[in-house]
Design a protein around this ligand. Structure first.
Ligand SMILES: Nc1ncnc2c1ncn2[C@@H]1O[C@H](COP(=O)(O)OP(=O)(O)O)[C@@H](O)[C@H]1O
Ligand SMILES: [Mg+2]
Length: 252
């Protein structure tokens, strides 16, 4: 069975969808079989980040029991599969612990990694997926409100045997008002899986509907995302030479 990892945040807009698309593409490059799940039930956008938005079958159909998981698995050009969300506003008939758990269980049988792009916040839409996952990756920006909201995710995970494996701090600008990484780690009692700088290449890659690791592999954001993927599979990450210095500078 593959590892089912929920990628979640307390606040919205911190970079979950960007991370799921890039970690999926990076893990695929490391030879892993990956399924990325768009679990933003009401505001699906993983497909949009990846340049595909009109899918005939979606996660909605699986949860509603009108389609099988095999019918909603689409191959992406970057080497992984995606279970898309539904971009139309359509109410789910059946969304509960059992339907979510069954779906993730079936997917975990088909891949090394199932990465779930969860909805922001602590509503049912996010918590059902966090509960049903094996592991939780917390994503935050380096500011106190985002980090405070992220703390609540730990409690949800722990009460359902989901293991919080660490925090990714995204969009670091090294501004004096930012919360330092070690404080975020202490506050959340989580190891740091990655520290990703604010990088305008990310905006360009989103506009180009391509993961930044493929759009600009040498960019700082891409290198950091690839290093997180390497960590997840216990591989050593070797940064591209031209940015090696910058990369290690950031790691300190
Ligand atoms: N490291 C980064 N540097 C610059 N912009 C980023 C970075 N990570 C994400 N973004 C931008 O932040 C916005 C929100 O990211 P997104 O992945 O959609 O967040 P979420 O899924 O958590 O709501 C997007 O416009 C994205 O391009
Ligand atoms: Mg998102």
């Amino acid at each position: 069975m593959g590892r089912v990892i929920a990628v979640a945040s307390g606040k919205g807009g911190v970079g979950k969808t960007t991370l799921v698309s890039n970690l999926s593409a990076s893990l695929a490059r490391y030879g892993q079989s990956v399924i990325a799940v768009d679990a933003n039930i009401t505001t699906s956008n993983l497909g949009i980040h990846l340049g595909v938005s009109l899918f005939p079958v979606t996660l909605h159909d699986i949860l509603d029991g009108v389609a099988d998981v095999n019918d909603a698995l689409f191959h992406h050009e970057h080497g992984f599969r995606i279970v898309p969300g539904d971009i139309s506003i359509r109410k789910l008939k059946s969304f509960n612990k059992r339907t979510v758990g069954n779906t993730l269980y079936k997917l975990s049988d088909k891949a090394d990694f199932v990465l779930i792009d969860t909805a922001a916040g602590l509503g049912k839409e996010a918590t059902e997926f966090i509960r049903a996952a094996d592991e939780l990756i917390t994503v935050t920006n380096p500011n106190l409100p985002a980090v405070t909201d992220a703390l609540k995710l730990n409690a949800i995970a722990k009460s359902h045997d989901t293991v919080p494996i660490g925090v990714i701090i995204n969009r670091i600008m090294n501004h004096p008002s930012e919360m330092p990484a070690h404080e975020i780690s202490d506050f959340l009692s989580l190891p740091i899986l990655g520290k990703i700088p604010e990088d305008k290449t990310v905006h360009k890659s989103v506009a180009a509907k391509t993961p930044v690791i493929a759009y600009a592999p040498k960019s700082p954001a891409a290198q950091h995302m690839r290093s997180i993927a390497a960590y997840l599979i216990g591989e050593e990450f070797i940064p591209r030479r031209s940015l090696g210095h910058t990369f290690f500078g950031w790691m300190k």
